[in-house]
Design a protein around this ligand. Sequence first.
Ligand code: C2E
Ligand code: CA
Ligand code: CA
Length: 737
Amino acid sequence: MSNAKNAKCAYPMPPNEAERQRELCDLELLDAGRIEQIDRICELARSLFKTPIALVTLIDRDKQSILASSGVNLTETSRADAICNVTILGNAPLIVRDAASDPRFKTSVLVRGPPNIRFYAGAPLQVRAGINIGSLCIIDRAPRDFSAEEQGRLSALAALTVSEILGWRAVRKLDASQKRLAQTARMAKIGGFEFSRTSDKHTWDDMIYSLYGIPPGTPPANDLIVSRYDPEMRAKSRRRITALTRHGVPCDVELRGTRPNGETFWVRVLADAEVIDGKVSRVFGAAQDITRRKFNEVRIQELTSRDPLTGLPNRASFIDTLNSYIDAAQANGERVAVIKFNIDHFRDVNDAFGHQTGDALLQSVANGLWQDFSAVGTVTHLGGDEFGVIMHGPAVDNAERYAKAFVEQAKTLFRHDHSTLPLSVSGGIAVYPDHAEDAPGMMKSAKVALDRAKAQRRGSVVLFDPEIAKAAEERDALMRKIRHGIDNNEFIMFYQPIVGLRDGKVAGLEALMRWNDPERGILAPIHFAVGFEEPGLAIRLGDVALDMAIGQMRAWLDAGVGFGNVAVNLSTAQFRLTDLADIILGKLGRAGVPPPQLTLEVTENVYMGWGADVVVATVCKLHEAGVSIALDDFGTGYASLSHLRQFPIDKLKIDKSFVQAVESVAIVDAVINMGLSLGMQVIAEGVEKQDQVGLLRLKGCDFVQGYIFAKPMEPERVAPFIAGFNPTARKKAIANA
Ligand code: C2E
Ligand code: CA
Ligand code: CA
């Protein structure tokens, strides 16, 4: 007995619990089984908020019963464990960011065990003032935030759920009571009408009067009804009436109107004609009030066609709009433009500054697009960091100009913590019928143009042209070949000596990749450089380079070849691997190669881009473990040495474009001085001529890499090269230069 009491005290209850129970009982929902409309709302909630679980729950006497569920199989739980039991105490949504750390819920079996609730958001199902029978809730297995806007949407869906429950209840009542047809019609708000052509007489049910808001007793007339419809619907209804009464064409039409008291209503009119001797003698039919259904349809349409974060129409509605514009353009010879915009390096922003900043960035891009384009086109959030604009008619001529203006403006658009982040947006444009013949084709062409924009220069806009498509296809084909080549071990490493000018010895080697293509032979990176740019491939190629170089170092160590140090090039994409340092140190460890014998060559772009924090962490970790870091191609990027001082840099490689151009002697001089004064080793690349060697030595540059000593060579040739490299002869040659 005391047990029962304790159980009662285990959870809170609203003050009007008894009344609430009666209402719930009255609705006959508890043994209702599944209700299709409610299931659909549940699915909708889950996909709209992107949560793994959505539920429609009813709080019964001492249990929570699940009316609809999506993403989990649950029929009932104890009331004490139900978070929804707290939701029904209030009128606003209950948001629990992390149930596991909420004292009210952390002991619930639903939190401690399956379905392992962490995030919960539930809106009460209020059937009338003060009576909440349960809740519509969404659940995630990880904590998360829920914006005020999302709460509004959840409440709207809860209201929709209640509306469907009440509608379901009305229909069920109808079925249950096997009353006469007239009564059924009244409850379903169906009114009958008839018109006899022979006697020219109209007959209307009472329901017709109340449906259209016409005072009872008013003599029936078609014009009276037509005048209730909204002006833009009147012509349609007149056409239908004429077709029906003159030619006997049956009608089934949905029309919107306004009653004299200002209420908006929707009716479905079903009518047919009796034809005798080829002439319409009588017309009869029914009009049903479908206002509630229409209202719900519009709400659902609104909820599903907009992106919750930006409030812009989503991809599905974009495709619908595009299709209808293309259909229209086909008929009237107009043109349609699709502009695809993509935020550059969005992933890095998210990684570096967190999702809230990422969301804020998406919102400000959405706002900017809306401001610039809503007057001339349809603006859409296509998903992720991609946005779309559709323009049609004469506006198409200006699509490129507008897009370029937006991209320029976007560079100053986004402010974060008082500093403007270097935001850039790229754009690709396709025009119907010039660049594609249907909506999927347009989307593809705009994407091809966008990819080209991103590849050529971030923050630019490209208009599709067939040459680009051809280039894109070739690029795709090359990527496939490279992938295949990696699978077949066709990628190998060549090694180019780096010579120390002071002692005339080989100080180290740079590992340079080659593609041993079965058909075309040995190919230099210029033939597969796209592989270093595409993240997936770059990571795989990077792995091949590291494995081969480290394996080779092991072999040379075993054979006693004094190779000094091997430098391996890293591409930007490899730094996306947050555990890159551990991967490299692991490879060295397993091969038993001492870290100081490895140098990693990194370009300044790696340090300058987004996600620099991750890069710094990785580089520092490797450096601390003894690996040398070389800054490659110095001078070709935008970084200044002072910028780069926060990174550990042991070696500076002067780009061959400076070394080879006579007019850049001053630059080379300055770079050497700077490097040396910062305690770095300075290496000159691309040295081909004797006089270049002389000059470099004069300026104090002690390390040289170039064709003058050797081209990149197969690994087998390295040991003989080092052995045969005659320090004295070389020294003389160098001294004479
Ligand atoms: P890099 O890192 O600047 O490599 C130096 C390039 O200069 C090499 O071109 C080398 O063969 C070339 N070179 C050396 N001495 C001379 C010279 O005296 N005259 C001239 N004209 N060129 C000289 P290579 O091997 O064709 O490689 C081109 C680029 O491909 C490399 O430039 C590097 O950015 C990239 N690369 C090569 N292997 C790898 C790799 O394993 N991983 C990554 N991420 N990139 C690589
Ligand atoms: Ca290099
Ligand atoms: Ca270089």
